[in-house]
Design a protein around this ligand. Structure first.
Ligand code: F6P
Length: 490
């Protein structure tokens, strides 16, 4: 039975830039969501007719979006339809609502004495968020109508907080046809607990919940986030929430949405295969030479407020102060690739990261020891190489939907790495038994965990690392996506 599968996400699996000669060059989209969906779709094979709908994110993308007849495809050959949403609308929806309000709410990032301030401007931004979601609902409806669903029916997989309203808008547009379709929404972020979620204006908070409940199935990476979501549905919409085995059935406006947990792991064989390529091996060589036989503490993140890079560096500094035996014997490789630089908070945060890194180097560096290597650039093969050579992997987010680096690190590690992991990452639910869990706000506890990780006997480190890798490999993207499709019925 062949299925028609539509995926919708803000960032797509391919993005474009103009080369020096003005020609268009495509490159793979980044981030955990793209990695999971791409790999999950590949496993569907020819049994599915897939189209991926995403927003044009740059001028180069917009140029491509206007030439849709050219037939854009991602690296795996999946047809991609880019939406040329008016730049002002896109900017308000993406930067002002999705990234400045929703991301901040779900990651508990507000500096509440000063932020947020939901006034008239925010209401205007919210209208743009609605228009942006309508553009996706409209494109999904067109795609659904353009190719009649084969016998397997229509399945729609809507991703993330940018598109919280799209499931409801799509259901309304499909009308009667929605009965034969299956609509799923997946949140790759945490979900805020009700007391914090209420920071949002009432009508906004309700609309987001109502939007997701337009889906037949709503997925989360961890039970904590799914629980918070159903609690918000009950508290703010008066929805009926009934536990159903490992899931919940949420009834609202006469429609039932199943809410369930689908942890996303990694495609371990594919990842290891990628790490054998020449570009990664070359970086393994240069990073090993830079370490000069010293132990390596590695972190790889977007320069993102929720990733808690500043406290991570502070913990490294505290380690060097309180455990001076590590001076000259350890190097911290901190890869923080640029992100969301349109937002002033992110530019300021990146500067704080750079400043603290400079201070650590000045305070502790010697003629023959560089204690910290900070790289603020996006270099995927180099990040894989860093994971391969890590003795310790530091993943200390304030809050994180899942965190794939915590899983990729042990899979790629060559000597076995100890994982220092925030208890607030969704990944902690899977990896707690073999990681060293920390409170991400507690710098002293994190410094102590770094010490424990560095001092861990080789055999224990290898055993824990192998167990972490096995857990990560047990939830591959094919299963993650396949389980969601199965939840929508055959
Ligand atoms: O955490 C959810 C997620 O979609 C990740 O997959 C991704 O890294 C990020 O949020 C989106 O970032 P961006 O704003 O750069 O698309």
């Amino acid at each position: 039975m062949k299925q028609r599968v539509l995926v919708a996400s803000n960032r797509g699996p391919i993005s474009y830039q103009f080369d020096a000669d003005g020609s268009l060059a495509g490159q793979r989209g980044g981030g955990g969501m793209i990695a999971g969906v791409t790999s999950g779709l590949a496993a569907l094979g020819p049994e599915a007719s897939v189209t991926w709908i995403c927003a044009a994110l740059s001028d180069a993308d917009r140029t491509v979006a206007r030439q849709q007849d050219a037939g854009v495809r991602d690296e795996a050959g999946v047809p991609v339809r880019m939406l040329d949403i008016p730049p002002d609308t896109f900017d308000r929806a993406y930067n002002n609502v999705a990234n400045s309000a929703l991301w901040f709410v779900h990651h508990l990032l507000f500096d509440t004495p000063n932020q947020p301030r939901f006034g008239r401007e925010f209401r205007r931004d919210w209208e743009s968020y609605l228009a942006y979601n309508e553009a996706f609902a409209s494109a999904l409806t067109q795609e659904a109508e353009r190719e009649q669903p084969p016998s397997g029916g229509l399945r729609v997989l809507i991703q993330d907080y940018h598109l919280s309203l799209a499931p409801r808008l799509l259901r309304d547009r499909l009308g009667e046809a929605a009965r034969d379709a299956g609509i799923a929404h997946f949140s790759h972020t945490p979900w805020a607990p009700p007391d914090y979620y209420r920071i949002l204006p009432l009508e906004v908070g309700r609309a987001l919940l109502d939007g997701i409940l337009g889906a037949d199935h709503a997925g989360f990476h961890a039970e904590r986030w799914a629980t918070a979501f159903v609690q918000c549905c009950a508290a703010m919409l008066g929805a009926d929430v009934t536990p159903a085995g490992a899931a919940w059935r949420v009834t609202h406006r006469g429609h039932v949405t199943e809410v369930a947990v689908h942890p996303l792991g990694v495609d371990a064989p594919a990842l290891r295969n990628r790490a054998r390529a020449g570009d990664v091996r070359a970086h393994v060589g240069t990073l090993s030479r830079a370490a000069g036989g010293r132990k390596l503490i590695v972190r790889v993140d977007r320069t993102e407020l929720s990733k808690n890079i500043v406290r991570g560096l502070a913990a490294y500094r505290e380690l060097l102060v309180t455990r001076p035996q590590w001076r000259g014997r350890v190097v911290h490789l901190a890869f923080a690739y640029p992100s969301r630089s349109a937002l002033p908070e992110y530019r300021a945060y990146t500067e704080r990261v750079r400043q603290l890194a400079r201070e650590i180097t000045e305070d502790f560096g010697t003629a023959d020891w560089d204690p910290l290597i900070l790289e603020v650039k996006d270099d995927y093969p180099r990040s894989l190489a860093a994971c391969a050579v890590a003795d310790v992997l530091l993943v200390n987010p304030i809050r994180d939907g899942m965190n794939l680096v915590a899983q990729e690190g042990p899979v790629l590690s060559e000597r076995g790495c100890a994982l220092v992991l925030s208890r607030e990452a969704g990944a902690a639910a899977m990896l707690a038994a073999d990681a060293l869990l920390v409170n991400p706000y507690d710098i002293t506890e994190t410094a102590e965990a770094l010490h424990q990780a560095l001092a861990m006997p080789d055999a224990e480190r290898r055993r824990r690392s192998a167990a972490l890798a096995a857990t990560a490999a047990s939830c591959p993207p094919a299963r993650w996506l396949g389980d969601q499709l199965a939840s929508l019925g055959s």
